[in-house]
Design a protein around this ligand. Sequence first.
Ligand SMILES: [Zn+2]
Length: 127
Amino acid sequence: MTDEVQIRHPKTITHSVNRRLYRERAILAFGGKCCKCGFSDSRALQFDHVNGGGCAEVKKQAMKPSYYLQILAAEEGKFQLLCANCNWIKRHESGELKDIGKKTSVTMRIYWEEVRAGKRPAPKHKI
Ligand SMILES: [Zn+2]
């Protein structure tokens, strides 16, 4: 074993470090804590689209460092910093989860239809 430091691909380091730095910068710019309850552990802080509809955007862009630059550059009031609990509560109260529930129930209905038709094995454990 040598004392040499293993060098990762520079692009990988840059991407991951930039993402973390931009995220921390954006968190600080939004006050560093949940705007509802004051929770401040950055591991559980999330940027919320105040008017909803952010799930699709997050899926497309959350892993890119530029996502946090967009948050920093967005007009005031578009985003807010929430902890994970407050963000989920907001989604429940605003009805943002209705569509997700519909998709899940459709998927489960199709699953059980396939089990009844013998196209899928029945689950071995009791449900
Ligand atoms: Zn909170």
